[in-house]
Design a protein around this ligand. Structure first.
Ligand SMILES: Nc1ncnc2c1ncn2[C@@H]1O[C@H](COP(=O)(O)OP(=O)(O)OP(=O)(O)O)[C@@H](O)[C@H]1O
Ligand SMILES: [Mg+2]
Length: 299
């Protein structure tokens, strides 16, 4: 069996994407899986969260980041390698007396500039935006898909706003988890996001890939007692159950909780997996990874 590529994405910001990546990465790895987290966001939240400030600063300074790879590959037109930029054993979270086996391909704030340089440079050399998208998709296929031989799960923490690099990850992944807070504003752009990526090929881009599965929406920061949350959740469920639904809805919901808000804090001192998540380790994370695995089993 080869590993699975999972993109955690939403056009919307602040809806729990990075928190979900960290929770999933730690829960899958506590379950014995080999997990790689890839940061596709110039905010570098998941990189800071997993590596901590000092190590991330060192990795950025020594070019061991995604943006350094992309800058060499697409701006300088060199032949960089991706694998040496993956940092093994970044986690300080302990499980059964050993750190979780978690690897990270970090990003730093210069990713935003590198993405702009790629687009300016390639358009100046006569590439259309569709050609640039196709080039990024090829890089994804050549560099990330083979990582499924070494990892059971590769999790992509996507930037809000959907850059061309993020779009390549969404189109090329085995599963796209769309995190959303169940309120009016957070779900407002959901249909547009789903339609633009999952719509069959448009005329201008006949070869654009449609993701292999419908997006799976994961409700985050859920507050059972908030009426707007109950109503929005009921609407999402009705849409997901309807004929011709454009997304599926996971039945695990991530509650609003202090322990989960703190999941992203970089830890200087080791903490245990169960100490970090408390009761959520069994009530939320175990059902969540069972549901995610079930998607691949077809159950
Ligand atoms: N289940 C939760 N309970 C409480 N707070 C949460 C929960 N999930 C996320 N948060 C908090 O919400 C904020 C946004 O979360 P997060 O950074 O995961 O979102 P994001 O979608 O990755 O944001 P961005 O679009 O900026 O990348 C953070 O302050 C985080 O601690
Ligand atoms: Mg984030």
């Amino acid at each position: 069996m080869t590993g699975k590529l999972i993109a955690v994405a939403n056009m919307k910001g602040g809806v729990g994407k990075t928190t979900t990546v960290v929770m999933l990465a730690e829960a899958l790895s506590a379950d014995g899986a080999r997990v790689l987290v890839v940061d596709l966001d110039p905010q570098a939240s998941v990189s800071v969260s997993l590596a901590g400030d000092a190590l991330l600063a060192e990795l950025i300074a020594t070019g061991r980041t995604l943006e350094a790879y992309l800058a060499l590959k697409l701006v300088a037109r060199a032949k960089p390698l991706l694998a040496p930029r993956i940092r093994a054993d970044v986690s300080v979270t302990l499980h059964q007396n050993a750190p979780l086996a978690l690897s990270l391909l970090p990003a730093g704030p210069y990713l935003r500039l590198v993405e702009r340089e790629i687009i300016y440079g390639l358009t100046a050399r006569g590439h259309t935006m569709h050609a640039i998208d196709a080039k990024l998709q090829r890089i994804f296929d050549d560099e990330f898909v083979p990582l499924t031989r070494s990892y059971d799960y590769v999790l992509f923490d996507c930037a809000p706003g959907i850059s061309p690099v993020v779009e390549a990850a969404i189109r090329g992944s085995d599963l796209v988890l769309v995190t959303s807070i169940p309120d009016h504003l957070s779900t407002y752009g959901l249909d547009a996001f789903v339609q633009t990526i999952w719509a069959p090929h448009s005329e201008g881009a006949p070869n654009r890939r449609v993701p292999v599965r419908l997006p799976h929406v994961l409700v985050t920061r859920f507050q059972q007692q908030v009426r707007q949350h109950q109503r929005t959740l009921a609407r999402l469920q009705a849409e997901a159950d309807g004929d011709g639904a454009s997304f599926r809805l996971l039945s695990t919901r991530i509650p609003q909780a202090v322990a989960l808000a703190e999941a992203l804090l970089p830890r200087e001192a080791p903490v245990t997996f169960t100490g970090k998540y408390g009761m959520h380790a069994t009530s939320i994370l175990i059902p969540l990874i069972a549901e995610v695995k079930g998607i691949f089993d077809g159950t």
